[in-house]
Design a protein around this ligand. Structure first.
Ligand SMILES: [Zn+2]
Length: 76
């Protein structure tokens, strides 16, 4: 997996939330070894949905026919 910020290498890492009142909360996610960006599964899923919507919108826009303009000469 590549980092969306810097295109660096993302590695699987485990994160502990010590502030959680319900005890230790472990989270498995990805961390960029270059810039330190952290992506958890929820963020990753959201980004996939966003990119899918963006791709679908690009396909719809690409399918729209371009307006054809007719050239009319004003002088005979
Ligand atoms: Zn990065």
């Amino acid at each position: 997996m590549k980092c969306q910020r810097c295109h660096g290498l993302m590695v699987v890492d485990h994160f502990i939330d010590m502030e959680d009142d319900s005890g230790h909360l472990w989270m498995r996610g990805w961390r960029c070894v270059t810039c330190g960006d952290v992506v958890d599964p929820k963020i990753h899923r959201h980004r996939l949905i966003q990119s899918s919507l963006r791709d679908r919108m690009a396909q719809v826009l690409a399918r729209k026919p371009k307006k054809v303009r007719e050239v009319v000469r004003l002088s005979a």
